[in-house]
Design a protein around this ligand. Structure first.
Ligand code: SF4
Length: 264
């Protein structure tokens, strides 16, 4: 069983508890305007030409994005960080792209991790058939689950897909008593209205005490990748949000009884 990985981040501290190794699986069915990993869009291994300036000369180089791994090969990469997991209560996070797009590989990796008694996190957009979540639910310790917009029309405009399946999957995981953190990427002028946040709170109202919400303020990191990887950038040139800009939203969630953090 092989999968396509476009990055491996070691010593990650924002992708779940403790120190983690985050595996970025290639491929995503969404096209969020603010995405800072546009190289993850296609599930295929891609090659790009890039122009680098060296002294007076321009040198063209080829960059390959994505590498094929067998399950056993990727497990060997993960095992290198076992000491950090043990010391910090960390583990492995599968991110993307959308990791559930490579469901067979993800499922096989999660099962191997469970055999090794590793803590597992899946960072998902939620956009996948419910049967994919049913398949992996028992092999995942924690889901990081994005909620981007409650209005379906706006969601389709800003991400390219409907939010219906996403919200159904979210409800399914919560009702199964799964541990999850809601991640709300707060994008100024796009989904940061009080109305959108109130709708989110209304949807989650039955589960305030069991949910943790993480507000992720918009940042411009990764914008240069659109030119580098020859992708269309639809995001207007707006400044990053600072933590204090997101504080009013945090207070709104907290008043309704949620536990809230700003940041990953
Ligand atoms: S779901 Fe994540 S990886 Fe996919 S386009 Fe949106 S921000 Fe990018």
């Amino acid at each position: 069983m092989n999968g396509i990985v476009f990055d491996i981040k070691r010593y990650a501290v924002h992708d779940g508890p403790g120190i983690r190794t985050t595996i970025f699986l290639k491929g995503c069915p969404l096209r969020c305007w603010w995405c800072h990993n546009p190289e993850s869009f296609s599930q295929q291994i891609e090659e790009f030409s890039q122009c680098n300036k060296l002294a007076e000369k321009s040198i063209e180089t080829r960059v390959k994005i994505g590498k094929e791994y067998a399950v056993s090969q990727l497990i060997k990469e993960i095992e290198k960080d076992q000491l950090f997991f043990d010391e910090s209560g960390g583990g492995v996070t599968f991110s993307g792209g959308e990791p559930l797009l490579q469901i067979d590989f993800l499922d096989a990796m999660l099962k191997e991790c469970r055999l090794m008694d590793l803590h597992t996190v899946v960072d998902t957009s939620g956009f996948a058939p419910k049967k994919h979540f049913e398949r992996i639910i028992d092999s995942v310790n924690l889901f990081l689950f994005d909620v981007k917009h409650m209005d379906d029309g706006e969601h389709q405009k800003l991400t390219g897909v409907s939010n219906k399946q996403i919200l159904e999957n979210l409800k399914y995981l919560i009702e199964k008593g799964k541990k999850l953190m809601i991640r709300y990427p707060m994008i100024p002028g796009f989904n940061d209205s009080k109305e959108n946040i109130l709708k989110m709170m209304e949807f989650l109202a039955d589960w305030t005490s069991q949910l943790e919400i993480h507000i992720l303020p918009y940042h411009r990191i990764g914008r240069d990748k659109y030119a580098r990887f020859h992708k269309e950038n639809r995001m207007p040139d707006i400044p990053s949000l600072q933590e204090e800009d997101a504080r009013w939203a945090k207070e709104l969630f907290e008043k309704a009884g949620f536990t809230v953090n700003i940041g990953g």
